[in-house]
Design a protein around this ligand. Structure first.
Ligand SMILES: Cc1ncc(COP(=O)(O)O)c(C=O)c1O
Length: 416
């Protein structure tokens, strides 16, 4: 393939993902994952801050230039049209974007709505669930704090008892995790929260099996999919959960402020909306009754189509294989070094891009500070439950050369 084979081809910047597609088509995802020439070209689709190595894509994914440009054009267009746009095209465009996301997630548009983020989606379910005093909910201490706080609030407000389990850092089997949750369930349990990907450690959870186990016991399952959309490959009906929330500004690279809420059709009527929606009566099986947003940045919705197109062109399998390759690239080089504490499972099927590493005797915040000050590597320090270390999240634009800097930094700090 001329684009990538000759020296002049390598030096020529590519501006469009389209130019890389033919090359990628000829390779399988595993071979492509370690093809540094291809990914170096891919990196050029982004404008990256040269001041530091960004290994904190777990917060949000910066946009490739072509999505960013389209988004800026949408901002200009909406601004030009003003209220006319809001009154004429806004709703139809939101519906179009919703149906594209629903198609990606393999569900009906009547079961999926756009929200502002995962927090809003899941807290709407926790807050709007028809709790009765004495009901129980199950969650893990490694779940996202915003959801745990919301459960604490409904505990106080409605008398719900929260049972909090602690996830092992390196489970030996799915059964170990299933047993942990199953043991926390009682006849009073109504709802179980699980993270699809645990944000502090990167552990990928056996969601489908947990849903099956919980359903057999008559318990509903709500999944925090903040890190799963456009990183892992799955459909919502196949997972079998009852409620699912995610942020599209993470791995799908939609502009900041767009999330999704999925509610299984037969569960929609029982949830109290966060903001009331007059047109949709309680008994109607349409998630529109949970969809009222008020005025919001509608141009972000217009960018969704570009982000989905970009993701599909890149190839979900290619993306996942590269992210796992990058994570394994650095973790395999430091995992067995004395003084290095890995907080992420070894088994690659239980991981994706995210991993967490600590240094014995060093506080996570000090590790993060040293990484940025001495090595120009931006990460985030985590000190939560059994996870003490820096969360390291590469992205498709991350090079192995950058990860070599990380590996060297960890080796030096572990030896000090
Ligand atoms: C697992 C998990 N859930 C929820 C959230 C919250 O996402 P947002 O701030 O987009 O609502 C995050 C953010 O990092 C997360 O990692």
């Amino acid at each position: 393939m001329a684009l990538l084979s000759g020296v002049s081809g390598l030096e020529r910047p590519v501006n469009k993902i389209q130019e890389l597609l033919d090359y990628a088509k000829e390779k399988n995802p595993v071979d492509l994952a370690s093809d540094e020439i291809y990914w170096a070209q891919y990196r050029k689709l982004y404008r990256l801050n040269p001041k530091h190595i960004n290994l904190e894509s777990g917060y949000y994914n910066i946009l490739p230039e072509e999505i960013l440009e389209s988004y800026i054009n949408h901002i200009r267009e909406v601004n030009l049209q003003g209220a006319y746009y809001m009154r004429t095209a806004q709703i139809a465009n939101r519906e179009k974007a919703t149906s594209q996301v629903a198609e990606l997630m393999g569900c009906s548009t009547k079961e999926l709505t756009l929200t502002r983020n995962t927090t809003e989606s899941l807290d709407m379910i926790i807050g709007g669930y028809p709790w009765k005093s004495g009901d129980e909910a199950v969650m893990a201490e490694q779940d996202y704090p915003a959801m745990l706080d919301m459960f604490k609030m409904v505990g106080k407000r409605f008398g719900v008892k929260n049972k909090v389990v602690s996830l092992p850092l390196d489970p030996v089997s799915d059964d170990e995790i299933l047993t942990l949750y199953a043991n926390a369930i009682t006849p009073k349990t109504k709802l179980l929260l699980i993270s699809h990907v645990v944000n502090i450690s990167g552990q990928v959870m056996p969601v489908k099996k947990i849903c099956q186990m919980a359903h057999e016991k008559g318990v509903e399952v709500m999944v925090d999919g903040a890190h799963a959309v456009a990183q892992l490959i799955y459909t919502l009906p196949d997972l079998g959960c009852d409620y699912y929330g995610a942020s599209l500004h993470k791995w799908l690279a939609v502009p900041l402020g767009v999330g999704i809420l999925y509610v299984k059709k037969e569960k929609i009527a029982k949830i109290w909306p966060l903001i009331a929606e007059a047109e949709f009566p309680d008994e109607e099986f349409d998630i529109k009754r949970l969809s009222h947003l008020g005025t919001h940045p509608v141009h972000a919705h217009l960018a969704i189509t570009h982000s989905i197109e970009f993701y599909k062109k890149m190839g979900p399998e290619n993306k996942l294989a590269r992210l796992r390759y990058l994570q394994n690239y650095w973790t395999s080089r430091v995992r067995n070094i004395p003084g290095v504490l890995m907080n992420t499972p070894k088994d690659s099927a239980r991981t994706c891009a995210i991993a967490n590493v600590g240094i014995k005797g060093m506080a996570a915040k000090d590790l993060a500070a040293k990484l940025v000050e001495k090595y120009r590597i931006y990460t985030v320090g985590i000190d939560n439950s059994n996870v003490h270390g820096c969360r390291i999240t590469p992205n498709v634009f991350t090079s192995t050369a950058e990860l070599n800097v990380l590996v060297q930094a960890i080796k030096e700090m572990a030896a000090a």
